[in-house]
Design a protein around this ligand. Structure first.
Ligand SMILES: [Fe+2]
Ligand SMILES: [Fe+2]
Length: 135
């Protein structure tokens, strides 16, 4: 299972597209890492932390654009980010308590959430930003 970048993921707002590329890159590294056997737990946690740090940074970028341009669907968009944050915190705790069985569940969640979020939720935001002249 690998997140293949398709042209439909490009949303025509450079800052957001660049950050999505980074997120997908970290996710694919995490996927390779986990599926390649049983690497040291510390290095998994390092990558999960890298992913969550970068995701939080990315969410802030989008959320400040929403605030600056008075995006009317900001609240539901932020709720979806909050859902992701809660999930990733749950997985971090699961790994810290040594529940390696959570790995497949986590990878599946991350892939599906990110694909859907980009294609539906971020897409709606970027259409709005494009109309405001932001590309
Ligand atoms: Fe978003
Ligand atoms: Fe995004």
């Amino acid at each position: 299972m690998i997140f293949e970048w398709l042209d439909t993921y490009n949303l025509n707002v450079k800052e957001i597209d660049d950050q999505h590329h980074q997120l997908v890159d970290i996710l694919n590294r995490l996927n390779t890492f986990i599926t390649k056997g049983a690497p040291a737990k510390d290095s998994w946690l390092g990558l999960i932390n890298e992913l969550s740090d970068y995701a939080y940074f990315h969410f802030k970028t989008e959320e400040s654009l929403m605030t600056r341009h008075a995006f009317e669907y900001a609240e539901e968009h932020q709720e979806d980010h909050a859902f992701f944050k809660n999930k990733i915190e749950y997985f971090k705790v699961a790994f810290e308590t040594d529940d390696m069985n959570a790995a497949d569940e986590m990878l599946y969640f991350l892939m599906v959430w990110l694909q859907n979020h980009i294609l539906i939720v971020d897409h709606k935001l970027c259409v709005f930003l494009n109309k405001k002249g932001i590309i």
